[in-house]
Design a protein around this ligand. Structure first.
Ligand code: ZN
Ligand code: ZN
Length: 287
């Protein structure tokens, strides 16, 4: 009984105890789903607003007059109407993402099969670090290919154009896109959890990292990166400014490999499809 009063204390034990508790309850599934969805939605919105709001206040409120010194596109501001619309759309999409995550977590909590593990020592530290890098690469690769496919003429016109109404981006533009696009990214990210063993808290941290860096990349504020694999915020800002180039999310790797990184001396625009612009310049822009 001594063990009971202490309670479970490792991740794996906590998880097992909680699963056992809800599995035995009649009608437990619905209650559990509602609770997990609510937690996921609130957590997502808190992270989104906690990152976007300070950026908005520091730059777009306090330093608005000083735009020449901090803004990626100093002469262009998103009209207030579009900015409010972006905020509403991002809020809707963060909520949809939360519902999807909460539903997935419910599936896992009910004993659904995945390759997630909850005790970090199960595969050792080396595997944990290697799988973290792999998960990031997987997520970033899908972000590139889904995004690039969304720039095919019909797809662009059918749904991706929504995200490109915002030429001078702000933090609120980050997930202002067609919900179908968001759903594709979520499914692609979670698919890895059925393929290789992934330490659950590490995966959650990665999703937060992806979201926070996406907000920084949409902030419209010139940030140089101290993280070696992250380009400056100009990389994605140029995507919004020049439309069909720089399709990558965190790494410039995919754009380099496929030749879709913006090049010096080429002309880009909303009607210049294909990712390589018009003209002859071969030199990539440095980010
Ligand atoms: Zn795009
Ligand atoms: Zn964007």
């Amino acid at each position: 009984m001594g063990r009971m009063s202490q309670g479970p204390w490792t991740w794996a034990e906590q998880w097992a105890a909680w699963q056992a508790a809800v599995a035995s309850e009649p009608g437990g599934l619905f209650a559990q789903w509602i609770v997990l969805v609510a937690i996921s939605v609130v957590a997502g919105l808190v992270i989104f607003f906690a990152t976007a709001l300070p950026l908005h206040y520091i730059y777009y409120v306090r330093r608005r007059e000083d735009a020449a010194r901090w803004k990626c596109q100093p002469k262009r501001f998103l009209p207030d109407r579009l900015n409010r619309e972006a905020m509403r759309l991002s809020t809707v999409n963060m909520t949809i993402g939360g519902v999807m995550s909460g539903t997935f977590i419910t599936y896992v909590a009910r004993g659904g099969w995945t390759r997630l593990y909850f005790d970090w020592s199960e595969y050792g530290l080396a595997y944990l670090l290697l799988s973290a890098a792999l998960a990031f690469f997987w997520s970033d690769g899908w972000a590139y290919y889904i995004h690039r496919a969304s720039h095919i003429r019909w797809a662009y016109k059918a749904y991706h154009r929504i995200h490109h109404r915002y030429v001078a981006t702000t933090p609120w533009v980050t997930v202002a896109l067609h919900p179908v696009e968001l759903a594709m990214q979520v499914v692609a990210n979670y698919a890895l959890l059925f393929i290789i063993p992934i330490y659950a808290p590490m995966f959650a941290i990665m999703l937060v990292y992806v979201l926070v860096y996406n907000i920084i990349d949409h902030s419209g504020v010139k940030f140089t990166s101290r993280i070696p694999w992250q380009p400056s915020s100009m990389f994605h800002d140029d995507h919004h400014r020049h439309f069909h180039c720089n399709f990558g999310q965190h790494l410039t790797f995919w754009d380099r490999v496929h030749g879709t990184l913006r090049r010096v001396d080429r002309r880009y625009g909303e009607t210049v499809f294909g990712g390589r612009g018009d003209g002859e310049g071969d030199e990539f822009v440095r980010y």
